[in-house]
Design a protein around this ligand. Structure first.
Ligand code: ZN
Length: 243
């Protein structure tokens, strides 16, 4: 399974980059995990947007869904140009029906996932964990039957992440704050909290994502390395993990 970082910023994108969006691929199947601001200008670097098989959304904050609208226009325009009628499934939770209903458009279909149940999307088996965030948000544990990745989505620290992430090969974590800051009110984590989860869960690698727009982001890595003995990387546009 291959993961490509399409966008990694929290809140809004910096020049030429994007907020939360990850491309997940296995054999001929490809899907996006979240689809934040600027994502549609980045995805074509890695795959044909019309070749996507699915989109899976953690929650309905704009930095995770802003480009769903233009993705829908992309599918509308390209279906018209090519005289096709392909439908793109977009998986989202139904705790917020107003958000969920926006996922269905001319050539996209919103599919509600039950976070209590395992969902199969192509070759990927996904389980969910409700996070601590100002709106309903779900972390994902994704396996292709061989490797496991865990995506915390947006959340402040919670102990449940340790068992949820147990022995994952890759942990992609919300790292919006630096050591010593308090992310709990905003519903985000610090570098050290990400590392504590990675260490306690015994994950293979930690990828710090959902970055802040202040400070020296290199410090996030050095802070995390004090608590976690495995590989720590800072998400960047086009970063790939392949296993
Ligand atoms: Zn959020």
């Amino acid at each position: 399974m291959k993961v490509t970082v399409v966008g990694f910023w929290g809140a809004y994108p910096e020049v030429g980059e994007a907020t939360s969006c990850y491309l997940l691929e296995k054999d001929d199947f490809s899907c996006l995990i979240d689809c934040g601001s600027g994502a549609l200008a980045q995805v074509p670097k890695y795959t044909n947007v019309m070749e996507l098989d699915a989109v899976i959304l953690s929650h309905y904050h704009q930095d995770h869904i802003a480009d769903v609208g233009v993705l829908q226009y992309n599918w509308l325009v390209q279906n018209q140009i090519q005289n096709t009628s392909d439908i793109l499934p977009i998986y989202g939770h139904t705790d917020d029906l107003t958000g969920f209903e926006k996922l269905t458009h001319h050539f996209t279909e919103g599919i509600g996932y039950d976070p209590e149940k395992t969902v199969q999307v192509g070759p990927f088996t996904i389980t969910f964990l409700k996070t601590k965030h100002p709106v309903a948000c779900f972390a994902m544990r994704i396996t292709d039957g061989e490797k496991v990745i865990v995506y915390t989505a947006d959340s402040s620290y919670m102990q449940e992440f340790v068992s949820f992430s147990r022995h994952a090969d890759l942990l992609i974590s919300d790292c919006s704050f630096y050591q010593g800051q308090d992310g709990s009110k905003a519903g985000h984590m610090t570098s050290v909290e990400c590392a504590e989860i990675a260490e306690a869960a015994g994950v293979g690698q930690l990828l710090l994502s959902h970055h802040p727009h202040f400070g020296d982001r290199g410090d996030l890595v050095s802070e995390a390395k004090k608590e976690y003995t495995g590989i720590v990387e800072l998400a960047r546009t086009g970063y790939t993990w392949n296993a």
